[in-house]
Design a protein around this ligand. Sequence first.
Ligand code: NAI
Ligand code: MG
Length: 496
Amino acid sequence: MTTKTNEQAHSRDMAGLLFGDLWGYAPSPESTDHVRYAQRYGHFINGRFVEGKDHFPSINPATEEVIAEFAAADEAEVDQAVQSARAAYAGVWGKMKPAERAKYIYRLGRLIQENARELAILESMDGGKPIKESRDVDLPLVAAHFLYYAGWADKLHYAFPGATVSSIGVAGQVIPWNFPLLMAAWKLAPALAAGNSVVLKPAETTPLTAMKLAELCQEADLPAGVVNIVNGAGRTGAAIVKHPDIDKVAFTGSTEVGKIIQRAIAGTRKRLTLELGGKGANIIFEDAPLDQAVEGIIQGIFFNQGHVCCAGSRLLVQESVAKEVIQKLRLRMESLRVGDPLDKNTDVGAINSRAQLDKIHELVQSGIDEGAHIHQSTCNLPSRGFFFRPTVFTEVSQSHRIAQEEIFGPVLSVLTFRTPDEALKKANNSPYGLSAGIWSDKGSKLFSVAGAIRAGVVWGNTYNQFDPASPFGGYKESGFGREGGLHGLKPYLEVR
Ligand code: NAI
Ligand code: MG
């Protein structure tokens, strides 16, 4: 813990930055009057909503209230979905003129734009993310993915010059809860553009917007069976992965489940892409623009409550500026507004589930027990729902669990370094390799460090920037295969 006098100096600075209590924010809740959803959902198979069984609740993590109930598909129901996808692939979608396929994918992108407001609210209600993020980041990117890949649908031969390309067949796709609609878009758009049909499973804590997307598939007149969405938890996901008539599996989620999937399909002809966990290094050199870097650090770890596989969860800061950066960081952290995800002023919303909150508590306790120093925002947390204070650990050593393991919450571990070489060694000292950030005024340093970091995505003087044209994916235990851009088409195509 820091000393008393440090704390006193810190609160003086705090008061300066926050203007005392003069500039409070009045509540600014987004209206939910116009959103529509059912109390009970089954599955979306062969273009129709079917009843299903073994319903389980999905709650609003900010209020702990049940939003709706969702069925859990068993092997027989997964089989129906796969059969429907196979029939649609063989009968309609696989044979359709690519320019015709493109029209449907464009239509889906346009319908998402038209319904963006409702979808953003439902995304925040079911998953806990701040409305300003679901509205301004998730939804625009979701639509952009469909529009981008729609553009490729009739140009696949130009995508891989000199090669012959064809679709693969039926894709089985299992997605996580941190970006429910965006992960659905990352999976569906390239698969459909390449001419495949799909069986998709959303995560069990955030299935609501996938069901709304199913409604949009109906509204777009997408031929029945091209997109099938089954609800359920791990058992349902495993049934998709194991189904013998699935040609390609795409998974985003934990490294642990990624390994189970890899073992499950070993020795089969199925193709696989895995997008797994991360422990991204955000490296601040002494010549960096420090105020901008602090914004990048905040974005990197507190965006979406830190439920981000590419989060900048390890801050590597050069020793000569460490004190200044940490002080600025603590001040800025104190100004984050934590609370109701539907309030337009909220910066940090609700933790997605009780289980995830427990995991964060456990790892944070391990940091304290192993001797790191904890600094937390002093904000008030709502009395109901799952919330966690923005947290920074200093005095972290590389062997600490909080430096090695993915916390997937609003918790940053700070380490220091003296030379670029040491920064690089520390950045690469991780079983993961998904993302990194580098902050420096010197272009040559940016490029040389970026080239030597074993991570799929490296940002220079920025963090968490996404574009559908840009490939995304991991090294090492962060998985393999790329999503986004041209690279993202390849796993869904036979390229000869
Ligand atoms: P998870 O990996 O269990 O869940 C992701 C998806 O996989 C869900 O749709 C789930 O129903 C499905 N699934 C679970 N077991 C399966 C199986 N045996 N076969 C097929 N599908 C299966 O992730 P979980 O438990 O929700 O989160 C645990 C940790 O994983 C988090 O704390 C975080 O560290 C990491 N994670 C990473 C994500 C990423 O984007 N890389 C996303 C979600 C979690
Ligand atoms: Mg939920």
